[in-house]
Structures are given as structure tokens and as C-alpha cells.
Design a protein around this ligand. Sequence first.
Ligand code: NIG
Ligand code: FE
Length: 411
Amino acid sequence: MPSVADTPWDGLIVGASLATLDADAGYGGIEDGAIGWRDGILAYVGPRAALPGDPAALARQTIDAGGGWITPALIDCHTHLVFAGDRAGEFEQRLQGASYEQIARAGGGIVSTVRATRAADEAELLAQSLPRARALLADGVATIEIKSGYGLDYDNERKMLRVARRIGEALGIGVRTTFLGAHALPPEFAGNPDGYIDRVCEWLPRLHAEGLVDAVDAFCERIGFDAAQTRRVFEAARALGLPVKLHADQLSDGDGAALVAEFGGLSADHVEHTSVGGVRAMAEHGTVAVLLPGAFHVLRETKLPPLDEFRARHVPMAVATDCNPGTSPLQSLRLAMALACTHFKLTPEEALRGATVHAARALGLHDRGALRAGMRADFAHWAIAQPAELCYWLGGNSLRSVYIGGNRAHS
Ligand code: NIG
Ligand code: FE
């Protein structure tokens, strides 16, 4: 067997504290820690004092972090960041009293972003979307979920999903794509939602055959699709072996959480109006609750998700930006974590776990989200004295570096 010296690690960082999150509770803190990796995988996570040799000899490159904390790189498990245009005008309308639902029913909302997204070609859509992914990366995010749902026809949904893949390639970040054809009813199907769902179910296998779909989502809501229509989309996903997730119970209780749980779904997202029965179903099927405090904040919602029920039944809670032009023009996962603490009273530890360990689970990823030998070398170094600062500062730039698969990323 080759000695450690024969097969040096690619990199080793010493001189920072570690929040490994490698246990069911607590930060998994290690003071004066060390983190070493090889071939994109963590080879050592532990105290500097327990390193199996002289730090300078263990790795090709040894870096002294000079303090601060290293955490798992953040994971944004719910975004709609591929879109064209913006909805700043709608923001102004809402401030003058119009509701999100009223604007949507009047032909604005999601459908106005559909118009802009259809009008942009692939290069233009990429150019408009990349800065948002860069902003997330600059805030410590190494894995991003990106949904379609502003195309609402085959070619434009495909264009969105292709752009999502290209963002991953351009930035060297992990991208998981989610097909959200059932996001809103496009104008050409007005009065015929079932006919539209027929089309969605036809497009899915074609898009999947091109390698463009990692999961399937729907908007189950009064202004979206009903439970029966959502169920048909989920059945089409199940036929392909694709995991499902759901925009569930955001504006009203439509039993969405129970529905997605019944399909063994990865996550129920928003969940402000989810009933105790829905929480029970999620607990039973291991479905993660994805909390989206950005949308809650922007829409000035007041109905809190059933947080104590989630805790009592050990439903993991993830936190994501929901980055989208309507309800959550939020380009910082750290700010989402801060909002989750303030609005939802998550502890900073719950918020960090929600943007790492539980976010990975909401995407069905088992190789990231915590710092442990054998996991991907995705980690972030922060200039902070204690982990709670990740949620305490609103804005600022405490990120010192983020490594993705062992490579230092540059946004
Ligand atoms: O997660 N609720 C549906 N989808 C998005 C909003 C999309 C939009 O308004 O453009 C959400 O809040
Ligand atoms: Fe969303």
C-alpha cells in the first residue's frame, strides 16, 4: 500500500475552525481544524493536531486559512433563476395594493415572464441568467437547483433546461434541473388546463431522453394546477423513474404536501398552509420541507409554515432562495437563511443545516452537504468568528473562498 507521502493530497487547509454538520445535531464544530482532499473528494476532516503527518508533506499545496470558519459549501435547492426580463413594475403595483394573485389573474405574474423568456434566444437567456448564478456562487453556493417553467411549450422549456445545464458548465458548479412545465397555464391553452397537462406529460419523456431533467415539479394551487392535474404529472414522472417535488400549500391548503409525499417526493416547498395531516405524510415518506422565506417576505405573508410540527415529527427543513422575478428576486442564499431565522424563527444552526445537509437531501444528493472524508470536496471558508454570523449579517461579503470538487471557484 502506498504511503501517504507517495500519494499526497491535492490540497490541505489548516488554521480555520470547521462546522462539519456531520451529526444529527449541533454544528459538528472542530476548533483549529484541517481539511484535506484528493481527486475532488475529502480525504481528511478533523483537528489539525490529529493529522497523520507534517502538514507541509501531506499535500501538494497546504494553505493556512488564517482563522475563520469552513462549512460545507451551500446548496440552493429551489430556484427559478433562468428567466428573461424582470417584474419590477409588478413590485410597484403590489406596493400600491394589488395582490400577487390579482396580478396573475389579470394576465401578469408568471405569464409575463413567459412572454419575455419565449422572446429571448438561448444565448440571450444565458447572458441574462448567468449573473444570478454568479451572485449565488459569490455567496458560497456550489450546487443550485434550477427549474424550467417560464417556457410552457416544448421548445422554450427545452431552451430553459439547456441554459440551466450551460450555467453549470460555465461556472463549474453543480446544477440539478427540474422540469416545471406545470407552472402556469399558457395563454394558448386558456380554459383547457387538462389539455395542457396532456402536453406536459408528452414533453417530459422527450426532455428526459435528452438528459435535461433531474426531477419534476408542479405548482399545485388555485392559480396553478389542481391535485388531479398534479397527480397526472407525477405519474408521468414515476413512469420514467424521476423524483418529484411540489410547490405545495403556498397560498392555500390544497393538500399538496400529502400528495407529493404519497409519491415519495423529495420535497414539499413553501408549505405555509400545510396541515398537520400533510406534515404527518411528509414524515412518513421522508419528504423534506423546503422553506422559502424570500417569497414569504416579498409577498408580506403572515401565515407561518407548521414549524413546530416539522420539528416534532423530524421532518428535515431546508432553506432556499426561490430566486425568481415575481415572488422572490433574491440572489443570496445567506440572506434567505437570515430571513428564515427572522421570519420563521429557525436557529442559525437550523438555517445552516437547511442550506447544506437538508438541501442536499431535498435534491436526492448523498455526496455533499456535510464535511466528512469520502464526501465531495465542496466547502466554503468564511471570515467569521462564529457560525451564527452567517445568518446574522444581512449582506456583506464574509466569503473568503469556495471550493467545488476540490477546485477553488471564481465567480
Ligand atoms: O415559487 N409559486 C410559483 N412559482 C414561484 C413564483 C414564480 C413567479 O412568480 O414568477 C414561486 O414563488
Ligand atoms: Fe418556486
